[in-house]
Design a protein around this ligand. Structure first.
Ligand code: COA
Length: 339
């Protein structure tokens, strides 16, 4: 046999061994995957079974409480408290188990599993979401800057509005995935993105008439300002996320560490004036549009529609932000020693 062929044969033997090893490893992987799936199903059904039994138990406790001695009442209260603690543990367990998608995700993605099964994966997804928001916001800031200062064409405004529609729609999907994975995003912020997608859609259909030209510059400067504020907001949210991760404090849902809290308050105090100014700009946009609707040559439905949408955005954003800050102040005052 020539030397070249012997070398090939030797190499082939080596390759074949590696291939066999790979096959075995993959087989083991499939086996483990199967085991994991079985364990997941097992845990999920045990949790629902436990929940059902605890519900029956609560009824029983309630019934027994009437006419029981003081000692028995104490014992029953203890059982009730323990059951409450267990309920929280069930929720924590569920955060790491596959679950059925809600209506919106089922409609958009179908019944694909979106539960991320490790803490690292959850963090990484949230981190990527913040980065996505930041990059898109910078692109939109550049686009609105160009449209405002250099290029006054309706079709370029339409591209900007289309980008906004796409951006907000994408955010609604990503946020639904985040919520499935235990994020505490308030319902309003998700709803806010649906409304913003609608608003940009209406702006997209507004014909290039006299009224559009009157509102154009105000709208573009508002977009510029909003993108700027969103950059600050992204910086704040990513800062919170990184600090939580560094502290290793994030036990799935709850957080409180003094260092983190003081950073959060500093960030929030800096951010809030910009946020409130943006909210009042939304109110100003609504009022401008309502005034435009009074003009004698008013005929486009987009004027009233955008005006009402800006008003809804102002009300929702303003009151939710005030509620968030009040809630944070309340929790801070409850733990004065931790600051
Ligand atoms: N969009 C998306 N997610 C948001 C959000 C928003 N506007 N506000 C809060 N969240 C998320 C947080 O990231 C956090 O998620 P996590 O559980 O996955 O970590 C969760 O909701 C709970 O956040 P919370 O502690 O209530 O607030 P926060 O400290 O993260 O942020 C504000 C507080 C006030 C800075 C924030 O709500 C905000 O920016 N609001 C204003 C938005 C706005 O008005 N935009 C228009 C500007 S013109």
């Amino acid at each position: 046999m020539p030397q070249g062929s012997a070398e090939v044969l030797e190499e082939w033997k080596c390759l074949k061994e590696e291939y066999q090893k790979l096959q075995e490893t993959h087989k083991l992987y499939l086996q483990k995957l199967d085991e994991v799936t079985k364990l997941q199903n097992n845990c999920s059904s045990s949790i629902s079974h436990q929940r059902k039994r605890q519900k029956d138990m609560s009824h029983l406790v309630k019934k027994c409480r009437k006419g029981s001695s003081e000692e028995d009442v104490k014992m029953l209260d203890e059982i009730k408290e323990k059951m409450m603690t267990q309920q929280n543990v069930f929720s924590e367990m569920e955060a790491f188990l596959p679950k059925k998608n809600g209506l919106y995700l089922s409609l958009v993605l179908g019944n694909v599993n979106v539960t991320l099964l490790t803490k690292q994966a959850k963090f990484a997804y949230k981190d990527e979401y913040e980065k996505f928001k930041l990059y898109l916001t910078v692109i939109m800031l550049l686009c609105s800057f160009t449209c405002y200062f250099f290029l006054n064409y309706r079709f370029l405004d339409a591209i900007l509005n289309f980008l906004l529609v796409w951006y907000y729609c994408t955010l609604t999907i990503r946020e639904s995935i985040l919520i499935t994975n235990g994020s505490r995003i308030k319902g309003w912020w998700v709803f806010h993105h649906y409304i913003s997608a609608f608003l940009s859609g209406v702006m997209l259909t507004w014909p290039d008439g006299k009224l559009y030209k009157i509102f154009r510059n105000q709208f573009l400067s508002y977009c510029l300002y909003q993108s700027f504020v969103q950059c600050l907001q992204c910086y704040y949210q990513s800062g919170c996320l990184y600090r939580l991760r560094a502290l290793g404090e994030r036990h799935n849902l709850d957080l409180t560490v003094e260092g983190f809290q003081s950073w959060m308050w500093k960030g929030l105090t800096f951010l809030l004036p910009f946020l409130f100014f943006g909210h009042f700009w939304q109110l100003f946009n609504a009022l401008t549009l309502f005034r435009m609707a009074q003009l004698p040559d008013f005929k486009e439905w987009q004027v009233m529609m955008c005006g009402s949408t800006f008003l809804v955005l102002f009300l929702g954003n303003f009151f939710t932000t005030v509620a968030v800050v009040r809630q944070k102040l309340k929790t801070r005052n409850q733990k004065p020693k931790s600051l």
